[in-house]
Design a protein around this ligand. Structure first.
Ligand SMILES: *Cc1c(COP(=O)(O)O)cnc(C)c1O
Length: 397
């Protein structure tokens, strides 16, 4: 059976201007983890999201690690973290020998449940074990309920690290995602809304802290003629070549957001009426960059399962994914504490078991998106077109 071309979940999408910046870097021989592209990329992102400064680093993970280091998190400290996320949100907690505590999602945004967070903080305060930071994730471009979360953290005087790896360009009540905490981080990994092939950014209004971030990210070298080091540092700066790719990508960020939003809208229009299909809602007064179109498929109402859909899409050479497996369910974190949304509601577990992410890359062609939609409609059996039915039979045989 001849297969149609593969449709990827979220492939890199170049703007066409990348070579210009790379060539400039080559011609000026700025082939280093510093240089004019790095400086400009940092300034551009800081200005765009509205913060005092930014530090370009080698990955989003590195940015989270730096934020934790800057907050002085060390062995034995507790750090709260959204459970429904990619492992990179929590791995840096382990790099610091600290202890992650996972907080469930709430149903509206799929992000950190304010009520679970409050409960976790209440219990921790009574036990005298308040966390040193809270890592709040904005999943698939959707902002968490940042005002509620910030106000709760403020009550307990616990700083927020906002993991906006997936939500660059999103806004919450008019303010850019990633700017609500003491620190925010972005990722420019190959699958993100803009990419440097690999890279990240740490942002903050604390200019002093960012100076220290640069110091820590360049091996914590003391000011001396020789190489002297009084503290443990990292090699985390972004290369000037990659920052050049980032600058060209940044030029088209707003366009990319618009396209991903249009992709979401089209899936929504076509699939929202299927029984049991529920798309991730956009919270009022927010704009999601719709990095990935995510939805849940209720087994009883739809008569199908996410696993069945994933198999079918895979057979059609379409890359779709389940929603992130919650970190409290990961073998790596099996001994960690976890606070569910309520005593009888595990929202993240429901989302994991019933959630699916559809191909959402900004280079997705309409004809390809139609292929994805068709495949799903066939699976649900609502497509009455005979031709499509026979396609389904081929698929299932
Ligand atoms: C991609 C991602 C990261 C890590 O970013 P890298 O640049 O790949 O290190 C962190 N958190 C979330 C939620 C992500 O999706």
């Amino acid at each position: 059976m001849s297969k149609e071309a593969k449709i990827y979940l979220s492939p890199p999408h170049m703007s066409g201007n990348e070579q210009k910046y790379i060539t400039e870097a080559f011609e000026s021989n700025w082939i280093a983890p510093l240089g004019p592209n790095v400086d400009a990329f940092e300034e551009e992102i800081a200005k765009y999201v509205g913060v005092k400064g930014a530090v370009a680093v080698s990955s989003g993970t590195a940015a989270i690690h730096l934020a934790l280091s800057l907050l002085g998190i060390k062995k034995g400290d507790r750090v709260f973290c959204s459970t429904l996320t990619f492992v990179a949100s929590a791995n840096p907690i382990l790099y610091q020998d600290a202890t992650p505590v996972f907080i469930d999602s709430e149903p509206d945004t799929w992000n950190m449940s304010p009520q679970a967070l409050r409960r976790a903080l209440e219990v921790s305060a009574i036990d005298g074990k308040l966390p040193k930071a809270v890592v709040v994730v904005n999943l698939y471009g959707q902002s968490a309920k940042m005002h509620e979360i910030a106000s709760i953290c403020h009550d307990y005087n616990v700083p927020i690290i906002e993991d906006a790896a997936e939500s660059l360009g999103s806004t919450y009540k008019g303010k850019y995602s990633g700017t609500f905490g003491k620190f925010g981080i972005y990722s420019f990994n190959g699958n993100k809304i803009i990419t440097t092939s690999g890279g990240g950014m740490l942002v903050s209004d604390d200019v002093e802290a960012l100076i220290r971030a640069r110091f820590l990210a360049t091996q914590a070298r003391d000011q001396a003629r020789y190489y002297q080091h009084s503290e443990l540092g990292f090699n985390y700066r972004l290369s000037n070549i990659l920052a050049g790719i980032g600058r060209a990508q940044f030029e088209v960020l707003e366009e990319r957001v618009e396209v991903r939003r249009a992709i979401f809208d089209y899936y929504y229009k076509e699939l929202m009426n299927l029984p049991g299909f529920q798309f991730m809602e956009e919270l009022q007064d927010t704009r999601s960059n719709r990095w990935l179109t995510a939805l849940t498929v209720n087994q009883h109402e739809s008569g199908t399962t996410v696993n069945f859909l994933l198999d079918l899409l895979e057979k059609e050479n379409i890359e779709a994914r389940p929603v992130w497996k919650p970190l409290h369910m990961q073998p790596l974190f099996r001994d960690c504490e976890y606070y569910p949304h309520s005593s009888d509601e595990n929202v993240s577990e429901y989302l994991f078991e019933n959630g699916i992410c559809l191909p959402s890359g900004s280079s997705l062609k309409e004809i390809d998106q139609k292929r994805v939609i068709q495949c799903i409609k066939q699976a649900i059996g609502t497509n009455s077109d005979a031709q499509h039915r026979s396609d389904t039979q081929i698929l299932l045989s």
